[in-house]
Design a protein around this ligand. Sequence first.
Ligand SMILES: [Zn+2]
Length: 419
Amino acid sequence: MKLERKVFGKHVVHCHMCKTPSLREVIHLGMQPHSDDFLSDLRREEVEFFFPLRLCTCTECGLLQIDYLVNPKILYQQNYIYESSITERGVNHYYQMAKEIAERFSFDPGKLSVDIGSNVGVLLTGFKKQGFTVLGVDPAETVAEKARLNGVPTLTEFFKRTIAKQIAADHGLAHVITGTNVFAHLHDIDSAVEGMKELLAQEGVIVIEAPYALDLIKNIEYDTVYHQHIGYLSVRPMQRYFEKFGLELFDVSHHSIHGGTLRYYVGHVGSHVVESTVKDAITKEIDFGLYKQDRLKEFSQAVMQQKRDLITLLNELKADNKRIVAVSAPAKGNTLLNYCGMGVHYLEYATEKSSLKQGLFTPGMHIPIYDDSRVLDDMPDYVLILAWNFAEEIMSNLDEYRARGGKFIIPIPTPRVIE
Ligand SMILES: [Zn+2]
């Protein structure tokens, strides 16, 4: 990170979506580094930057969000190494998503499908298989280059109105516009939605997928809070937000991936039948207490308890001279590690399947990252699964470790040991 970059971020008081100054703190997760900024050996000797990470709720529209926005140039243009193609389950989910959309809307072959935050192009590969013409948009050059090598044309840009106009002029209108795990990341969200509206064909569909705020609160998934995620989406604020732009949320569906994901279907007003799922989901959110201060306070107390429980468990194991490492080093793992203060005194090292992260150190806690195979060579007593949303897949990949007596710790929703 260059010191001459003066604008590191900004504290905001207005809601990311409804723009009213009605943010109220749910939980402060302390000062945290950029969770995707894995460090090289040389860089970990340099100054590291930490930013406040505070989850708030909007008392007006109910959107959960953070109130310190790190400069997107810091978040997305340096060492950005999140790869969406990393797990088999993830790939299957996106191929299935493309298939479902293609079958449901039966657009003519060759129609344009645009993916915002297209990463290495997994979802668009799915749409290509369904006969669509595809175009990705992603600001990170490293992943965009990989996508192009995978046969997915990709613009290296932040999606906004001007880019949407350029795409419409160069390629025509899009029948499908998707954004998976990206909508909540958009800093200039109004411009992005205006752009989606202009780029969308009259009968076209915008499909957004994001972790569901109700699951986050219910399952104490506080580690999904990090600076790339500005908003934590739920149906009530989303419906209201799209209405403002003359767009209509017409269906939602729930999926189990990433600890609970909601898929939002949006179109031009009157272009699609509005399903009862939208109203039902909002009723469920209200009944759950998602927009009530008392329920959110219960959540913040559960987060603090979970931290105490995890530290107690690891302290007991260390007192017993057990060796513990972490498998998988996702961005969210860093929220947990930094919030709980878990450095190398607890976790000797972490391992990753992605070669891009191997040889680097986790931001903040500076835990070294090695190849997954090290776990079998080394046989530590316990492995902490930071990517708990892929726990089953990770444990099945480590069958042999388990057969030889290795044990797993899954931290979320409450820390538990699996033998
Ligand atoms: Zn709001």
